[in-house]
Design a protein around this ligand. Structure first.
Ligand code: MN
Length: 425
């Protein structure tokens, strides 16, 4: 598959695009150097797409497949390749084991190379029972009271790392469904201690160049407690594991109105922000399109990330950016294109924040000016900058228009069938 879209598909929109860019450059007073710098930063901002987002998601109610959903790991890679071709914004893919166990790692690596993709992270799954599994995770995995079940869950994570090694990944993401549904069910301190001990065993088994990301979530499927409910618990567990364990922030894993941007700033300050799972939510872990519900919050988060990246006093490892979403209405490919666009939009706006003026205003306690500076960046329509970044790297000026005009979903349905269903949530 070609990694760029045919140039002819951009021709129709080109003149208007040039006019919009010219207008925006004048508004922002960007000379050639400043303009190129911003575009190059946008071009290089890449976000991994998860293999489980390529099918329509299920709630615990109905599931309504889009048709032509990928049935195999090869077809999932093909779909991410299509998204990357149009957006040039996702050069990597996150895998879920056992859903995505490669039959032949060499041919998968070849397919990845053809699509200019790499494997970003591998994710373990101890939140479901598999058909061939000896013990059940009904009452937890890494936290379980039974040593044998904990060992089975630890061994699974080590096996996930082994699959990842074969695919040149270097990141293990651990999200646990471990928790309790009723008061009294868990001995909180002992459940915590058992979980940490399990994580330490997994950490010790990872190769020296691997990183572990520890995700937190305040509720669900445990509706009374979860063993890792918040960033503080993830942070402590990361510290107790070692330098290569860090906290993963999933935007949907917070209670309503949590100040996520402040959490991001704290973790950057401590040098423990390891990764991001992007999604959008209104109530809880809704897995909606990133930026569809709270675009200002997304911008404020990126404002912290950009400020942290530009601050020499911040010593944080490279952050792994991933989408973690899968819902049941939109075409999954269009949804991911939407998410990637919204993520880059928030990033581009954060790049426009006048950091020096903001810090001066903060120092002077000029509250109104502080907010004006942020709003000036947030309210700028940066879409021409995103389009320019795509154009320069071989992508489409209008990725969703491209997806529709090329009848990509129709072609996928013709090849894979109307009723094909992707593995996933
Ligand atoms: Mn997540």
């Amino acid at each position: 598959m070609a990694v760029s879209v045919p140039e002819a598909t951009n021709e129709q929109d080109l003149q208007q695009h040039r006019q919009k860019v010219e207008f925006l450059r004048n508004v922002l007073s960007l000379d050639d150097t400043a303009y190129d710098k911003v575009i190059r930063k946008i071009e290089s901002f890449q976000v991994a797409v998860p293999s489980w987002a390529l099918g329509t998601g299920g709630t615990r109610f109905g599931r309504f497949p889009a048709g032509g959903e990928p049935r195999t790991l090869e077809e999932k890679i093909e779909d991410v390749g299509l998204i990357h071709q149009a957006t040039r914004a996702t050069n990597s893919i996150s895998l879920h084991i056992p859903w995505d166990i490669p039959k032949d790692a060499t041919s998968i690596l070849e397919l990845l190379r053809e699509n200019e993709l790499i494997i970003d992270s591998v994710n373990s799954n101890t939140f479901q029972d598999q058909a061939d599994q000896k013990y059940s995770y009904k009452f937890g995995s890494l936290c379980h009271t039974d040593d044998r079940i904990r060992k089975q869950a630890v061994d699974h994570n080590i096996e996930v790392v082994e699959h990842g090694i074969r695919l040149n990944s270097k990141v293990l993401t651990v999200w646990l469904a471990d928790g309790s549904n009723f008061p009294g069910q868990h001995h909180f301190r002992k459940a915590y201690a058992r979980t940490l001990d399990s994580l330490q065993q997994i950490y010790k088994a990872m190769p020296g160049d691997w990183n572990m990301l520890i995700e937190y979530k305040p509720y669900e499927p445990g509706f009374y407690s979860t063993v890792i409910p918040d960033w503080g618990t993830s942070y402590q567990m990361s510290q107790a594991c070692g330098d290569r364990a860090n906290v993963l922030v999933d935007l949907g894993h917070h209670l309503p109105n949590t100040n996520i941007e402040q959490i991001v700033a704290r973790l950057l300050h401590f040098g423990r922000l390891g990764g991001f799972h992007f999604n959008g939510s209104h109530y809880g872990d809704d897995d909606l399109t990133t930026g569809s519900i709270k675009p200002y919050q997304l911008f404020l988060i990126f404002n912290e990330l950009v400020a942290g990246a530009n601050d020499r006093q911040v010593r944080n490892p490279a952050v792994a950016y991933m989408i973690d979403a899968s819902h049941n209405i939109k075409d999954p490919i269009e949804d991911l294109i939407n998410s990637l666009e919204n993520i880059r939009s928030a990033y581009a706006k954060a790049l426009l924040v006048n950091v020096e003026t903001l810090e001066h205003a903060q120092h002077e306690n000029d509250v109104v000016l502080c907010e004006q500076i942020l709003q000036a960046a947030f309210q700028t329509d940066v879409r021409p900058l995103l389009a320019e970044a795509r154009l320069r790297t071989g992508g489409s000026l209008d990725p969703i228009g491209y997806f529709r005009s090329q009848k990509i979903r129709e072609k996928l349905i013709a090849r894979r069938g109307k009723k094909s269903v992707a593995t996933g949530l």
